[in-house]
Design a protein around this ligand. Structure first.
Ligand SMILES: Cc1ncc(COP(=O)(O)O)c(C=O)c1O
Length: 397
């Protein structure tokens, strides 16, 4: 097909040309005397992205899923009790992993479209007088439903009952796009990946581990080897890795971190919120459709999950968008398969790129029998963007 493929799944996201160019490098000796400069540049520059001074960023040659597993197997003993909530495919998969690894999970089942139920976390934590719960899991941004949860509130719940459990946060589709504060929120492990807000290809698990979690890892007896934090932290201390790292990914990461620093992390968050506002205007005011997120307090600034009307199969809209308009939209997963399609609005994006996605989604919906007013989505998004301050301080007002 002529022209660019429009990649609007909520990860992998568009990789900026600058990052692609930085990754086009010949292979080199990852044990050379100069290699530590690259390792250190990546690890040091990641700290402000996690908003931490004391925790250790760790890079695994995996994806986010590997970092989920690393958190569980490094910090916990076999059979330990975990408190988690489940309200979408990714929070579900993390719970499923806990069960498959033999942990004892208390699951707070929550309707898809809502976020982490803080009051119910609090109730479970305060009932746990013997501190059997060793880890609390929260998915900051549920990519399947376009729902963002309040991680700070979960920390407050833990503190209010002086519960010592470790706090593990999945920030795969939030980090570097929606505010995340490792130190301030007392997060013990943050799990993320390369292919979303960090604007890299998929294939690097990016995680950050508090001193408290590293301490727990010293005595935790769950079996692990490839994902051992201690092996990684010890090798990283001298600028190396315990096994061969993906060298192009490290160059790409160094470049994407430079781009984030140039824009300014707070500007990056503002841009995401501003772009998301335009998409939501298109969905709610233009197309007069519903989001899967049931209330504005759950609205995600990185992904919108758009409910299709009854009688329409969301998968048809997605297939039409892909085949006819060269536009990749996110699918409805598991419980919401066929009921929605998703527009990812994270990473290296601006208004005009999103207008392309909104136009393509609108044509695909019309072709699939959804009765939206032609042009209404783009018009509502344009009105939103034109009447709101430009996202970045570098742009003209
Ligand atoms: C919220 C969330 N958690 C975890 C994952 C799994 O990450 P990965 O596919 O990088 O293993 C994803 C993937 O999209 C995700 O969106």
């Amino acid at each position: 097909m002529a022209g660019r493929n429009f990649l609007f799944v909520p990860g992998p996201t568009n990789v900026p040309d600058r990052v692609l160019r930085a990754m086009a490098v010949p292979m080199e000796d990852h044990r050379s005397p100069i290699f530590p400069e690259l390792t250190r540049a990546c690890l040091q520059t990641l700290k402000p992205v996690f908003k931490t001074t004391s925790a250790s960023p760790i890079l695994f040659p995996s994806s986010g899923t590997g970092c989920w597993e690393a958190a569980l197997t490094n910090c916990l003993n076999p059979g330990d009790k975990i408190l988690a909530s489940r309200f979408g495919q990714f929070s579900h998969l993390w719970v499923d992993m806990c069960i498959r690894l033999g942990f004892d999970v208390e699951v707070l089942e929550t309707p898809w479209g809502e976020g982490a139920p803080v009051e119910r976390y609090l109730a479970s934590l305060s009932a746990d007088k013997q501190h059997k719960i060793k880890a609390v899991l929260v998915c900051q941004n549920e990519t399947a439903t376009g729902v963002t949860s309040d991680v700070a509130a979960i920390r407050r719940a833990l503190d209010s009952v002086k519960h010592p459990a470790l706090l593990f946060v999945d920030s795969v589709s939030a980090l570097a796009s929606i505010d995340f504060r490792m130190d301030e929120w007392g997060v013990d492990v943050c799990v993320s990946g390369s292919q979303k807000g960090l604007m890299l290809p998929a294939g690097m698990g990016i995680t950050c581990v508090s001193q408290k979690a590293l301490e727990a890892a010293k005595t935790a007896k769950s079996r692990r080897c490839y994902f051992d934090y201690a092996d990684m932290v010890n090798a990283n201390a001298s600028g190396y890795f315990p096994y061969t790292p993906s060298i192009p990914m490290l160059y790409g990461l160094r470049e994407s971190l430079a781009m984030l620093a140039e824009e300014g992390l707070e500007n990056v968050f503002k841009r995401h919120s501003y772009l998301a506002g335009g998409v939501r205007a298109a969905v709610l005011e233009g197309w007069k459709l519903k989001l899967c997120a049931t209330s504005p307090k759950w609205h995600s600034d990185t992904v919108s999950a758009i409910m299709v009307p009854d009688g329409i199969n969301g998968a048809d809209v997605i297939a039409r968008a892909f085949k006819r308009y060269n536009l990749a939209l996110g699918a409805g997963l598991s419980k919401v398969a066929g009921k929605l399609f998703r527009i990812g609005h994270l990473g290296d994006l601006n208004e005009l790129m999103l207008l392309g996605a909104l136009g393509g989604a609108e044509m695909a919906m019309l072709d699939s029998g959804v009765k939206v007013e032609p042009g209404s989505g783009a018009a509502a998004a344009q009105n939103f963007w034109r009447s709101n301050p430009a996202a970045s301080s570098q742009k003209a007002a």
